[in-house]
Design a binder for this molecule. Structure first.
Ligand code: ADP
Ligand code: MG
Length: 337
């Protein structure tokens, strides 16, 4: 069934309920632009990410999962600023007008959009190779905004959740990794429960919105981990004009990661993999306890993995305190891929 652009918008993006009402959204889908009303004491936070078929997901992936990943990675950027989601826009490039695909795609978006009170307020549809661009808007208290700049010597470095699952998920989904051929699962066919776990880790990362909002006043800097802890922490230390020490023996790994990957590959995944969409943030020692309690109350795992130092380098040490050699494998779309 061929549907016109207008029928697609109406059916899958309006009638689907994705454009639900929300305070601050004065006008959503349907006119030439959406209209937003911001509270006078908040800043508008804006972030955009594009997911390309064949690069960020297999073209044949389940549409609901692609949708969830596309929105989740954007929400993760808002979390990394300690912003509260307000709404999002969606630019879709579609190879065909496929009713079943659109239906599942829109249902996939709806669950996450509702969970984070983040309605769809507009977008665009064009014809071409499958690509999904989402732009999220959020609001943030100017006093509590989380930036890459701000880390101080002695601050503890924390991460939320587990490290490495994103990169290990790529391997388990059979997607090529920039980590090279030695980066492989222990068994070519991991157990069903591991496969299911990694599928969820890859397509349904949990944006750490609540953690960042609740703990922002204890954090001096923060970023979301999309390119591996090493590369993303590097952004924090560069912006802050500091160095860092990472203690690889403290890295948190999921049971599935431990079951499916060698210790060395796990560490590669954590440091240089990507797609984890966890937060990396710094906390002065005097606030660590308060932050950890807040995280516990939210049932969100946080793990101290190092500290900010003088200098400008990141060094990695093992349990005995010996320094490990550093690789330059962080993901770069125009670099080493
Ligand atoms: P224009 O030609 O003025 O850009 P469009 O025909 O592209 O208008 O869009 C009409 C309305 O539908 C606008 O409000 C636009 O934001 C909305 N819209 C278009 N595509 C999408 C989409 N993929 N998701 C949500 N809203 C959309
Ligand atoms: Mg348009």
């Amino acid at each position: 069934m061929i549907q016109s652009e207008f029928e697609i918008i109406q059916r899958y993006f309006v009638d689907s309920g994705l454009g639900f009402a929300r305070t601050g959204v004065v006008l959503g889908i349907g006119d030439d632009a959406a209209l937003l009303q911001l509270p006078s004491n908040r800043l508008l936070a804006i972030s955009m990410d594009t997911l390309l078929a064949g690069v960020h997901f297999p073209a044949a992936a389940e549409p609901a999962l692609i949708a969830q990943r596309a929105l989740a990675v954007n929400l993760s950027d808002l979390a990394a600023m300690a912003a509260t989601p307000l709404c999002f826009t969606l630019s879709l490039v579609l190879p065909e007008s496929n009713a079943a695909w659109l239906q599942e795609f829109s249902e996939g978006l709806l669950g996450l959009a509702k969970k984070y009170a983040c309605p769809l307020v507009g977008g665009d549809i064009t014809h071409g190779e499958l690509s999904i661009t989402i732009q999220v808007q959020g609001t943030v208290d100017p006093e509590k905004v989380l930036r890459r700049v701000g880390a101080e010597v002695g601050d503890r470095i924390y991460v939320s959740g587990f490290l490495g699952d994103g990169a290990i998920a790529l391997a388990s989904l059979g997607i090529d990794s920039h980590l090279g051929t030695s980066f492989a699962l222990n068994e070519p066919q991991p157990s069903e429960s591991c496969t299911a776990y990694f599928k969820q880790a890859y397509y349904q990362p949990e944006p750490r919105i609540e953690l960042a909002r609740a703990c922002a006043s204890t954090m001096t800097s923060g970023i979301d981990i999309s390119d591996g802890l090493y590369g993303d922490l590097k952004h924090i230390v560069t912006a802050s004009g500091k160095g860092a020490r990472l203690r690889v023996n403290l890295f948190p790994y999921s049971d599935a990661a431990i079951a499916c990957m060698s210790a060395e590959n796990r560490q590669q995944a954590a440091l240089y993999g990507g797609d984890d969409y966890e937060l990396c943030f710094t906390v002065p020692p005097k606030y660590c306890q308060a932050m950890e309690q807040e995280a516990l109350a939210l049932n969100t795992r946080v793990t101290r993995v190092g500290e900010i130092t003088q200098g400008s380098e990141i060094i990695c040490i093992d349990a005995s305190g010996s320094e490990l050699p550093v690789s330059t494998k962080s993901y770069d779309h125009f670099g080493n891929h």
